[in-house]
Design a protein around this ligand. Structure first.
Ligand SMILES: *Cc1c(COP(=O)(O)O)cnc(C)c1O
Length: 409
């Protein structure tokens, strides 16, 4: 069977017309928001197929984002650990230093084609806000980012970046003043402004069509990586892995390998351990539930309310995962494993020291998993999606972990 044909069919068949991946996904929205999301869905279906849109997105990726990003063989680190060869897909070299710009540029271009004037979103740690503000600046669109007051105080450098890029950062002052309230505020604003604005989600989550849109804009990562890896080595990797927060960098990496004889592993944050509130491993410990307009694996209490989550990597601390992951896990095509703060920090320092690459704390979880496999000699080769660079984490790391002086491999 032609593998690419199988992959193309998968993209067309998942999700179904109502936005379901098997029993997961869908669109659980207040009545008032339904027309706005339907408009996005219909526009996306039409516009994303047009040659004009496809060509323009290709040009932007090449000229503005610096794609394709390379695949890199970590020879030193691999040899230190055993025989498993570790490779990285270098999304840290994508413009702005992470994979998030892949879907933000796609969402911005869609807004432009739809004739919208403004991008609206929420942000937690500020990474999505910065990527979206970058897209807005590029396309000449206004950008309103809703952010909890508590997060604004914690994330000063990202708040400054958004403002320099020309975005409005709107403080959310009710409730716990963090991400959940910011999501509510962004939805509220979008409901009022949807004639002129478009809502842009930050991961492969949310109501239909967002898990579809974000997946489609992120599969470039796996498509490039697959071709580059085969060109470098003459064969496919035995395994691919990526860290899983909402699930966007991972789904982008995984989907192009679905029809191949390749093991696929999502790496979740185990934080301080498996107690309630100590981790954010929703695929590992969660159950089916609804959050933010979609159905998927969710860390929830008896009432179905989301549980508190924690990880050293703020980009991973979300109590649910995108619906496509839930579907692929139940099918047995993807697996999920966990890495705690300590193991992630070791990988952070190891990749820095032995390869000259300072990874984001999120990406360090995936690197740690590959290092574990290498110590166990589990695969001949493993390809890791290095979702972002660690510059943003520098101050936090130095304050809490020093300079990695104790690192011993
Ligand atoms: C936001 C972020 C993540 C987590 O988001 P996903 O949607 O799960 O990919 C991972 N890595 C980096 C560098 C991030 O900024």
């Amino acid at each position: 069977m032609n593998k690419y044909a199988a992959y193309d069919n998968y993209l067309k068949e998942q999700p179904d017309a109502k936005g379901y991946f098997g029993p997961y996904g869908g669109s659980y929205l207040p009545e008032k928001l339904v027309p706005a999301f339907q408009e996005i869905e219909q526009a996306y279906k039409r516009i994303s197929q047009s040659a004009q849109f496809i060509n323009e997105l290709r040009r932007i990726r090449r000229e503005f984002q610096g794609r394709p990003t390379p695949v890199y063989h970590c020879e030193r680190l691999s040899n230190l650990l055993g025989t498993t060869q570790i490779y990285l897909k270098r999304e840290d070299l994508n413009h702005t230093g992470a994979h998030k710009l892949n879907h933000c540029m796609g969402e911005g271009l869609l807004a432009k084609f739809m004739g919208k004037k403004k991008l609206i979103a929420e942000t937690g740690a500020g990474q999505h806000g910065v990527a979206l503000a970058t897209a807005a600046a590029y396309f000449g669109l206004e950008c309103d980012i809703y952010m909890g007051e508590v997060d604004i105080a914690k994330q000063a450098p990202n708040v400054a970046r958004m403002k320099i890029l020309g975005a409005r950062v709107i403080p959310v002052t009710h409730g716990l003043k963090t991400l959940k309230e910011a999501v509510d505020a962004a939805f509220e604003a979008y409901m009022k402004e949807y004639q002129d604005a478009i809502y842009c989600i930050g991961s492969a989550v949310g109501p239909h069509p967002f898990p579809l849109i974000v997946r489609d804009f992120q599969v470039i990562v796996g498509e490039e990586a697959r071709e580059q890896f085969v060109q470098m080595t003459g064969h496919l990797p035995d395994a691919v892995c990526a860290c899983v927060g909402g699930g966007s960098n991972s789904i982008g990496m995984f989907v192009p390998f679905l029809a191949d004889p390749v093991e696929i592993i999502g790496v979740e944050p185990l934080g301080r351990g498996s107690g309630v509130g100590d981790h954010a491993a929703s695929m590992t410990f969660g159950k089916k539930g609804v959050l933010h307009g979609f159905e998927s694996y969710l860390l929830q209490d008896e009432q179905g309310d989301p549980l508190p989550v924690y990880s050293v990597a703020s980009g991973l601390d979300y109590p649910a995962t995108g619906p496509e992951h839930a579907y692929l896990k139940d099918m047995g095509r993807t697996q999920y494993d966990t890495v705690d703060d300590k193991e992630a920090m070791e990988a952070f320092f190891a990749l820095s020291r032995y390869e000259g690459i300072i990874p984001a704390l999120e990406s360090s979880h995936a690197v740690a998993y590959a290092m574990r496999c290498a110590r166990e000699g589990k695969f001949g080769s493993i390809l890791v999606n290095l979702s972002g660079r660690g510059d943003k984490d520098m101050d936090y790391v130095i304050e809490h972990y020093g300079y990695g002086e104790d690192l011993k491999l």
